[in-house]
Design a binder for this molecule. Structure first.
Ligand code: TMP
Length: 209
């Protein structure tokens, strides 16, 4: 059985990742693939509890370092229990955020050096990296406006405009360095146009339709 395909979705706040997960999943299922949809932080019981601490534990003090280590603790469990088994079974894993988010938020946003993140990435993930990353890109201000229309802001959504400008710049710099893996989707366009972009990337990378 060939190894499955590991696809991640990334982007700043309000970039429309969640809206488009369903489209990507349907596209892949129509291409005859078995798809596991999951998210980070999350995807396991431990991961969901860590998510709750990091996004909603307002009364808890969390340093940048402990925040990063908790992201990776959740990730280690997620990889062992969900991601690797699904890939080994030949499935497509569709994961809403992964380690690019750690580089963007804890690295760009909070200032942890990329080399330190890279060391833990290798330790936790071995050679596991996404085969394809869809980066949903919208100008920071527009994304924050969209996100602000939703429910109560979580701990990250309360960060400053400068924080999100650094997150955004880090994502784009990573995409520029790895253009084959990371495909930038212009998410400021209409839903129909976004779906067209997604369809053409998926046809090129996954094929089968
Ligand atoms: P979201 O899934 O609704 O986008 O929320 C997840 C939040 O967690 C988002 O603000 C980005 C943040 N995050 C990190 O800061 N580092 C990470 O490694 C991951 C996976 C997410």
């Amino acid at each position: 059985m060939p190894r499955g395909i590991f696809i991640t979705l990334e982007g700043g706040e309000g970039a429309g990742k969640s809206t488009n997960v369903a489209f990507v999943r349907n596209w892949l299922e129509h291409a005859g693939r078995k798809v596991v949809v999951t998210r980070e932080p999350g995807g396991t019981e431990l991961g969901e509890r860590v998510r709750d601490i990091l996004l909603h534990g307002r009364e808890l003090h969390t340093s940048a370092e402990s925040e990063m280590l908790l992201m990776f603790a959740a990730r280690a469990e997620h990889i062992a229990r969900v991601i690797r088994p699904a890939l080994d079974a030949g499935k497509i894993v569709l994961c809403d955020r992964f380690t690019d988010a750690t580089y963007a938020y804890q690295g760009g946003g909070r200032g942890i050096p990329a080399a330190r993140i890279a060391a833990i990435e290798s330790w936790v993930q071995g050679d596991l990296r996404p085969d394809l990353t869809l980066l949903f890109d919208v100008p920071v201000e527009a994304g924050r406006r969209r996100a602000g229309l939703r429910s109560e802001p979580d701990r990250f959504e309360q960060e400053s405009d400068e924080f999100f400008a650094r997150v955004h710049a880090t994502y784009l710099a990573r995409a520029a360095r790895e253009p084959e893996r990371m495909r930038v989707i212009d998410a400021s366009q209409s839903l129909e146009k976004v779906e067209q972009q997604l369809g053409s990337v998926l046809q090129e990378v996954v094929g089968g339709r």
